[in-house]
Ligand binder design. Sequence first.
Ligand code: G1P
Length: 286
Amino acid sequence: MKLRKAVITAAGWGTRFLPVTRSQPKEMLPLVDKPLIHYSVEEAIKSGFEQIIMVTSASKRAIEDYFKGSPELEKYLTNRGETDLLERMGDISGMSDYCYVLQREQKGLGDAVLTVKVVVGNEPFAVMLPDDVIDSSVPGLKQMLAVYEKYGCGVIAVTPVADEDVGRYGIIEPQKVDKGVYEVLGLVEKPEPSKAPSRLAIVGRYILTPRIFDVLKTTPPGKNGEIQLTDALNQLLKHEKLYACDLKGTRYDAGTPLGWLKANVDLALKRQDIAPEFKKYLKSLL
Ligand code: G1P
């Protein structure tokens, strides 16, 4: 079954980015000159998804405004003959079919996913956490779709992490089935390194079957008092298999200041209009 709907969760407080997130949604922080969330939208579209469902909160109007586009600005640039700027702006509003769902209370990722049940209905769908930016020749979700089609089950993205980072992620108990592909035997959210079943951490990309909604309805609050998608997936294993895919490419945790800075530097160095001067500057720092 062709997947059509990609859910992007963007309702969190962004506490790791305070104080800027007092008034600015974390998802709108720029990576070079596009907001974080734009990269997830592009990845979804390049992977063949037709509808983008954003889970937002009351303070995230800037996201909706961004994807709505600005006819006034377009008119202004057209009148001035600013074709380069018009091209750079792109047809963001026409790129996809967007839909917004409000998460009233921030009760965790599992609750955010449950919020979209009414829009997703009874079909498999993708979930993306925009903090996780994947820079790869084949888009991250597209790589996961290949695994989904091969095994016919839900798929999550994973990456190896260092011991000291285990407690920041959901960790899987893997059984290798192919190069970079694992059957998931269990999952635990943000474990102590000594209790973690592996060093393979969940990256914010999921391909889920609609059965997850039934499981989420009865998932109690877990780590940090939040309804955890990881806990629901662990329960789901009683009913269906789940696979994990170590994505090819570079993954940035752009939801922390350090990860965001790294992503900015790397992506700027890939830009022909910026890289030559920027490289000179970076060298001057050495
Ligand atoms: C969420 C998930 C976690 C996953 C991580 C990836 O955690 O709960 O399992 O490893 O995203 O970025 P959060 O970063 O929202 O605390």
